[in-house]
Design a protein around this ligand. Structure first.
Ligand code: MSP
Length: 467
């Protein structure tokens, strides 16, 4: 029988900047959920990659004295390396400069044009463009004429652009989101999006006449596609070519939810394609209460975390620190605290205790015991709703509970061999089942423990040395 499919995507990252933990955060989350479904025997596939066209990349390349593609090659590779370091199990690392993406994007755009979703002729557009955001800003969004997020003055822009007729689709989209045909989560974000849709959708410009670094519009080669429109299509490039469309989950930051929840479904609907099933917007984090920025000098790279906490420690700390849909704060103090409490003193210490005990009393695990699982409905519910910190808290709870029980029961004092082994059965089976709950988050560690707890159990080095 064919396996159930589960298609999950991360945003594709701009190559104007090297990877930092703002990029690692959604990627690790997406990987955890992918591994979770794989563990449930789904054909789960994770797509990630890089977003390489547009004014922002062209400017960054120029600043470095490089051609855009050359520059993109270099930075894109850094993302790929970072994800390999974090043990991200992606099915493909897509780049918007890949030939197949360019081809699919152009076919998609042509269909939008043929269906009348794009105006037949360009309109003259005047507006204020923020290159940092790669989007037009309304005067209300600016503070003293400056983009509050990038502290730069947007560029005055006046040119002929093609338009996507979003305004034709507002009523349709409202129903689709209201009814959860596309689930937008968390609920508060769904309400926010619905509120904005109800205010009315305006058509958007989807081409540039004066920007060469982009994909030419198939119906008018003098124009290139607006980077966002083309970037969104990356999901469909993979999905349509691999019989893997629609996406089950687009995981995005709250800053880019509008593009995914409004523009993207309309594009798909306009060409008669299936809609993604769920779009989840995660929160933003600060570092020690401050926005992460080069100017402040507080940017943390994925390898900084990996060096300090190990791959699994880094993955764990990112997702355990605060609920995924909410905003939060990271600091090394806080991460150290989480690492020491949950991993060094928690899971790591408990595994060491049980292993030592089993070694002392020569305990051998049976095949049957290796299949141990907790029912843990609350855990499954939490992880399926992307509440990772809660899922981890539930897993930790099993460890704490068993640790307390172990201290009370003191099996090492049991004289009768049969009673002793029966007691150890309980701890060993419980641990095997609990480790499986950690597996999507800490795959290497979980596999290592499961290996240690198969056959005759021996002690091993500490899994998480204290910091
Ligand atoms: N290229 C677009 C996405 C196109 S998807 C078709 C883009 N790229 S990005 O590199 O700027 O950002 C990618 C993701 O990183 C966003 O989802 C954003 O939310 C996330 N984050 C960047 N900094 C972050 C934090 N400080 N906190 C949490 N997430 C953050 O947008």
């Amino acid at each position: 029988m064919d396996k159930n499919k589960y298609f999950i995507t991360t945003p594709i990252y701009y190559v104007n900047d090297v990877p930092h933990i703002g990029h690692a955060y959604p990627t690790v989350a997406a990987d955890a959920i992918t591994r979770y479904w794989k563990q449930k025997d789904y054909d789960a596939r994770l797509l990630t990659g890089t977003d390489e066209h547009g004014a922002k990349i062209a400017e960054a390349a120029k600043k470095h004295g490089k051609e855009p593609k050359e520059y993109a090659d270099k930075i894109s590779e850094k993302f790929k390396e970072a994800w390999q370091k974090l043990n991200i199990d992606f099915v493909r690392f897509i780049r918007t400069t890949d030939e197949d993406h360019i081809k699919v994007a152009q076919e998609f755009l042509q269909k939008l044009y043929d269906k009348g979703a794009i105006d037949p002729k360009p309109r003259l557009y005047k507006g204020l463009y923020c290159v940092g955001h790669e989007k037009f800003m309304s005067p209300e969004e600016l503070v003293d004429g400056v983009c509050p997020d990038h502290q730069t003055k947007p560029i005055e822009h006046s040119e002929e652009n093609y338009y996507l007729r979003l305004s034709d689709y507002g009523d349709w989209l409202e129903k689709v989101i209201e009814s959860d045909e596309i689930e937008i989560r968390p609920q508060s974000r769904k309400n926010e999006i619905l509120g904005k849709i109800k205010q009315g959708l305006e058509d958007i410009s989807i081409s540039r006449a004066n920007l060469e670094w982009g994909i030419p519009l198939p119906f008018d080669q003098k124009h290139t596609a607006y980077v966002w429109i083309e970037a969104l299509i990356n999901y469909y490039t993979y999905g349509s070519q691999n019989n893997f469309w629609p996406a089950d989950l687009h995981l995005v930051g709250k800053d880019i939810l509008w593009f995914h929840a409004v523009i993207w479904p309309i594009m798909l609907h306009a060409i008669g394609e299936e809609l993604p099933k769920k779009i989840f917007a995660h929160g933003f984090f600060t570092i020690n209460g401050q926005k992460m920025s080069k100017t402040i000098g507080n940017v943390i790279g994925p390898s900084d975390l990996v060096e300090k906490y190990g791959v699994d420690g880094a993955r764990y700390a990112l997702l355990a620190a605060f609920p995924f849909g909410e905003d939060g704060d990271f600091s090394f103090d806080r991460l150290n605290e989480i690492y020491n409490a949950d991993l060094a003193n928690g899971l790591g210490n408990y595994v060491a205790r049980i292993a030592k005990l089993c070694e002392n009393f020569v305990y051998t695990v049976s095949e049957e015991q290796l299949k141990s699982e907790h029912k843990a409905d609350d855990y499954h519910d939490a992880i399926q709703n992307l509440n990772f910190s809660k899922a981890l808290a539930i897993a930790n709870h099993y460890i704490k509970d068993h640790d307390i029980k172990l201290n009370q029961e003191k099996p090492w004092k049991i004289v009768d061999n049969q009673t002793l082994h029966k007691s150890l059965d309980y701890y060993v089976q419980g641990l095997i089942a609990t480790v499986k709950l950690f597996l999507p988050f800490m795959p290497q560690t979980a596999k290592k423990i499961l290996k240690q707890f198969s056959g005759q159990i021996k002690s091993d080095k500490p899994l998480f040395p204290r910091i």
